[in-house]
Design a protein around this ligand. Structure first.
Ligand SMILES: [Mn+2]
Length: 361
């Protein structure tokens, strides 16, 4: 099987047991989120739409800690394919054009070199100021399973982003008062260009691919801040800005399908043919921005089998991971949701493989 199955683990779910679970479900690869956050109410300076507060306070993930998680995955039979997401405290001033931008760019270079040294081939990131914001949970997937939804009716009031917050997380619990104001498309693209121009050469040398995730929800502006990747054509613009194998895509099928315009099958075809896809978030959705909701992988608008056929035809040999799999009503809601998605993916890939064997006979 040329394509590989993986599973993504948030920091709190990284454990031998969960890695073993993924292996048993049929995965060979793992993607980890290392952003460590407190959750809960009573966080200073937060609003109800905030995901929590991160603990890192600018301290980069050490080479030892990266090696530790990689070894743990390998001990359970999984290859660690990617670290997904950058702690906001590592690069807030890169996104916000703040006074510590140069210093933080140096930090990101160090982080990429560490990934290369440890042998983790991909760093997934979301170059987004407002981040994943404004979706609310609801019983909208099959059987009333809870999944994220977004619509005019349910979206919260778009307040400006308070200082000390980025991408939905608080990175500074005692920030100066006020908010970050507005950010224009020109500003966000300029900042992104600076980021890529500085980091891509380092990533090339380290043997690491930087993989950009599109903006979820894919709207032009959220909370007064322009979003980078909210149309299919933006993927091409990202790649053309600094052409390199190290400048690649964290290809989120769900977010791309949510975009108001664009043909997802053409987009999959183009970017898989050119080898620009570092790895894939395999997720389905119903509707399009500004009104959509997430669903189980087999019940959305997107023809997942058609997507897999295109990827197979174009020789895509990277990793696919379930994304936002709805949790299921049972004693292990997260595990059941993931096992359901992985089982679907495994079955689909085996069926395509058999089909090709038969047509070759
Ligand atoms: Mn995604």
């Amino acid at each position: 099987m040329a394509m590989k199955l993986g599973l993504g683990f948030h920091k709190a779910r990284i454990s031998r047991e969960n890695f073993r679970f993924a292996r048993q479900a049929g995965c060979t690869h793992a993607v980890v989120h290392l952003v460590d956050r407190y959750r809960g109410e009573a966080l200073p300076g937060t609003d109800p739409t905030c995901f929590g507060q991160t603990r890192a306070r600018g301290r980069l993930w050490s080479e030892d800690s990266l090696r530790e998680v990689k070894t743990m995955a390998e001990d359970e039979g999984l290859t660690l394919e990617a670290v997904e997401n950058i702690d906001p405290s590592f690069w807030c001033d890169v996104l916000l054009d703040g006074p510590r931008k140069q210093e933080q760019m140096e930090g990101l270079k160090t982080l990429v070199r560490r990934l290369g040294k440890v042998g983790i081939p991909i760093l997934g990131y979301n170059f987004s100021i407002a981040g994943v914001w404004g979706r609310v949970p609801g019983p909208v997937a099959r059987g009333g399973a809870v999944a994220a939804m977004f619509s005019e009716k349910t979206r919260p009031a778009e307040t400006p982003v308070p200082r000390g917050q980025l991408g939905n997380l608080v990175y500074d619990p005692a920030p100066p008062p006020g908010d970050i104001g507005t950010v224009s498309p020109e500003q966000i693209w300029r900042r992104f260009q600076d980021f890529l121009e500085a980091l891509v050469p380092v990533a090339e040398e380290a043997g690491v691919r930087l993989a950009a995730h599109p903006d979820d929800p894919p709207l032009p502006v959220l909370r007064g801040t322009a979003r980078l990747i909210h149309r299919h054509e933006h993927l091409r613009q990202v790649l053309e800005l600094v052409p390199s194998r190290a400048n690649a895509l964290e290809f989120c099928l769900g977010t791309l399908q949510e975009m108001a315009e664009g043909d997802l099958y053409e987009t999959v075809d183009r970017h898989s043919r050119e080898g620009a896809i570092a790895y894939i978030h395999f997720r389905n959705v119903r509707g399009k921005a500004p009104r959509y909701h997430e669903v189980f992988v087999d019940e959305g608008d997107l023809d997942m089998i058609r997507v897999l056929r295109i990827l197979r035809r174009n020789g895509y040999d990277g990793v696919l991971i379930p994304d936002h799999a709805p949790e299921m009503t049972c004693d292990a809601p997260w595990h059941a949701g993931c096992a359901h998605a992985i089982g679907y993916m495994l079955g689909a890939l085996q069926a395509l493989e058999k089909e090709d064997e038969i047509s070759c006979d």
